[in-house]
Unconditional design. Structure first.
Length: 251
């Protein structure tokens, strides 16, 4: 989280947040008041502009797996420490098996201490990561939210983001924010837009291209759609296969 006097950026992991952080450090006309990467906000200031990134869940899991193939990332380090490094032994071909493992509710605490099996039974890691940042108090409330409906209701009442930037269109979305909500908070809009358009992506996994080539088993993809349906429904309703899957399920 990067907090400034009139705006605050919430850093959702593996969604392009390092790119946005670098941009803000370079171009914000306001001094940085507080920095705590991936931290949640303890309160909402109605006078501030809040924004965050999101990423298509399957590609986010692919990126997380690829990051592990490169020996990086909190999830990889936790799984290795707890004796599950073999999940990465098959390289890019092991992605579907790894995804099945991390989607299993019983394995939720291996991914994060606060991500509990009862909650993971109906909500995936990527949705949990997003809402813990985007809905005030979500991480503390999550153990009491016993269904997707309860999660949806809580988020409806506590969601406080003013803008959500998609990783897939990050340059365009960030440029839009710079020209609108943050036009007075950047040192130079033209220079900021040039930086956004010209600066290479940051912190890209060396293995991501290979991981993207691996197909996902049909039952694993159905499990993914089920557990990450909130992100798909709200941001990626046109993702391949999701509309067909959703038509066969009750929300």
């Amino acid at each position: 989280m990067l907090e400034y006097s009139s705006f605050c950026y919430m850093q959702n992991q593996k969604t392009g947040c390092t790119f946005v952080e670098s941009f803000l450090r370079e171009f914000s006309s306001e001094p940085l008041l507080a920095y705590n990467k991936h931290a949640v906000a303890e309160r909402r200031d109605p006078a501030k502009f809040y924004f965050i990134n999101v990423r298509e869940p399957l590609e986010l899991y692919r990126s997380l797996y690829a990051y592990g193939l490169d020996g990086k990332g909190t999830v990889f380090l936790r799984l290795r420490r707890m004796g599950h490094e073999a999940l990465y032994a098959n390289g890019k071909a092991g992605f579907s098996q790894w995804l099945r493992f991390v989607l299993a509710p019983a394995n939720a605490p291996l991914l994060s201490d606060a991500y509990l099996p009862a909650f993971a039974a109906h909500t995936g890691l990527m949705t949990w990561r997003f809402y813990r940042l985007a809905a005030l108090g979500f991480e503390n409330a999550a153990p009491t939210l016993s269904s997707r409906q309860a999660v949806n209701q809580y988020v409806k009442e506590h969601f406080f983001m003013n803008a959500v930037l998609k990783q897939e269109s990050l340059r365009e979305d960030l440029s839009h924010v710079v020209q609108n909500q943050l036009s007075r908070q950047v040192k130079s809009v033209p220079e900021a837009l040039a930086w956004i358009g010209e600066t290479p992506r940051i912190n890209v996994s060396e293995s991501i291209t290979q991981a993207q080539e691996v197909p996902v088993e049909a039952d694993v993809k159905a499990m993914l759609f089920s557990k990450e349906r909130a992100l798909y429904r709200n941001f990626y309703a046109d993702a391949e296969g999701f509309a067909q899957w959703r038509a066969s399920k009750a929300d």
